[in-house]
Design a protein around this ligand. Structure first.
Ligand code: ADP
Ligand code: MG
Length: 451
């Protein structure tokens, strides 16, 4: 079955991608409805799960004629003797110190696809991109540390690794270390357990460049902060470039030691924002080109328009559509896309609804001002619409009670109370049910306008 599925996938994916990502998978076992696949390291596993898993599942389904439960494991042992590295002739782009951390050779821990060439620049990321280029061109002489922050799936990891790939190409001998903060922490714990802290320190302090991804993971973990503080100082003092990413700014990490916060702010702190629709379109076209997909521009534009929350979802949408097209040999139209992506698109429209739009819509409906809803007056003609707005804010957005509370200048208990009051009353009150449904419609319409 697996071989057949591979043939399917080979037909869909460009040869390069197939060789790099699919050919390296080993099928360990097929038992009934279960299939166990294995790859050599975490990097492959993460990347496959993030990008190609739906495609693999679909291909297996097509050849086996049934839905199978597929698991992907890391098994480094079975690869040493059986399979050569994906590109045996090329030297590993990164030379990593391999100092006694198990037998796993940490090769290939930069994703070769995450380069500046494949990174699309737009209004929301141009400063971060310029800073990253500067750091890549003259490491440790421009921004050190470089601290990149932004929401999920907005390109932090890609941009960070682009710096690493750039330096690795220009200076093949440079010792570049990329790791997630979580791995850093786990290795430290292992080292503590095995009395191996000296080796751990050597590994992270004898390098030319350190990239730590998702550093917010340090937040609230004092012991590893201490360890990282010393690593940071050692590298910084010997003029080694440090790049960090996070989902928030240093000062927003409440559980971070002040001395670390100040160090993170020594260099440059730069934000990755949400891309505008032009950038999203450009990204999709680039990805379609890189993946060799034959999808019309009008469809790409539609996807770029509809999927706006982050780039990872955008990419996921593209891959889903492409998978469907190649497995069924069908062209798709907008209606089909909506069907294929309905869960994703629902989430997108929910993300687009804000408390602000709800307040405006409710105020307009009851002929009030928006400031009445957030203000202090308690007369019933204002208090009731206000409670309805609070209820809608809770049901139509993904925001928590405290966050909604802030936007009404109230505490979370008030919002909770209003939400329960309105829900309770609506159970028996047809008129209220109708009002709520009319308001929901209006909110959705106003959101489309706002986007
Ligand atoms: P984060 O680390 O911020 O969660 P990633 O760097 O993993 O986000 O990005 C998610 C996906 O979006 C990756 O596949 C990445 O290649 C892609 N991506 C993000 N930003 C861009 C961009 N500006 N141009 C092209 N692709 C991008
Ligand atoms: Mg990331």
């Amino acid at each position: 079955i697996w071989e057949e599925a591979c043939k399917q996938l080979k037909g869909i994916l460009s040869g390069d991608i197939y060789d790099r990502w699919i050919a390296v998978i080993q099928c360990m076992e097929i038992k009934g409805e279960r299939m166990r696949l294995a790859v050599a390291n975490d990097f492959y596993k993460d990347w496959l799960e993030e990008n190609y898993f739906p495609m693999i599942r679909k291909a297996v389904m097509v050849v086996s004629g049934k839905e199978m439960e597929i698991s992907l494991e890391v098994d480094s042992s079975c690869f040493d003797s059986v399979k050569p590295e994906p590109e045996p002739e090329a030297p590993s782009p990164i030379s990593l110190p391999t100092l006694g951390f198990g037998n796993k050779k940490p090769s290939h821990n930069l994703n070769p696809n995450y380069t500046f060439e494949s990174y699309v620049v737009g209004a929301a990321n141009q400063f971060a991109h310029a800073a990253a280029m500067a750091a890549a061109n003259s490491p440790s002489r421009t921004y050190n540390p470089l601290f990149i922050y932004g929401g999920v799936g907005l390109g932090k990891t890609h941009l960070m690794q682009a710096i690493g790939n750039h330096i690795a190409t220009k200076k093949p001998r440079a010792k570049i270390c990329y790791t997630t903060c979580e791995t850093f922490l786990n290795e430290y714990i292992d080292a503590l357990q095995n009395n191996n802290v000296a080796a751990f320190r050597k590994k992270y302090r004898k390098i030319d460049m350190l990239m730590i991804d998702d550093i917010q993971f340090l937040d609230g973990k004092a012991r590893i902060q201490e360890e990282f503080f010393h690593t940071f100082n050692t590298l910084f003092e010997s003029h080694k470039q440090i790049v960090l990413t996070s989902d928030r700014t240093p000062s927003e990490m409440a559980g971070l030691a002040p001395r670390l916060i100040s160090r993170f702010e020594w260099g440059l702190v730069t934000e990755l924002g949400k891309p505008d629709v032009e950038t999203r379109t450009a990204i999709l076209r680039k990805k379609a080109e890189l993946l060799n997909l034959n999808i019309g521009h009008d469809l790409l534009d539609y996807l770029a328009e509809r999927v706006s929350s982050n780039i990872r979802s955008l990419e996921g949408a593209l891959i889903r559509v492409a998978t469907f097209m190649s497995l069924t040999n069908q062209q798709v139209d907008v209606q089909k896309v909506e069907e294929l992506l309905h869960d994703l698109l629902d989430k997108e429209s929910q993300a687009a609804i804000s408390v602000d739009v709800i307040q405006r819509t409710v105020a307009e409906h009851f002929d009030l001002r928006q400031s009445d809803l957030t203000g202090k007056r308690r007369s019933r003609d204002i208090a009731w619409p206000r409670q309805i707005a609070m209820h809608l804010s809770r049901t139509m957005t993904t925001q928590s009670f405290p966050v909604i509370g802030e936007q009404f200048s109230r505490n979370h208990a008030t919002i909770l109370y209003a939400h329960e009051q309105v829900s309770e009353k609506a159970k028996a009150d047809r008129g209220l049910q109708q009002t709520i449904s009319i308001l929901k419609d209006k909110v959705s319409k106003n959101c489309v306008k706002a986007v």
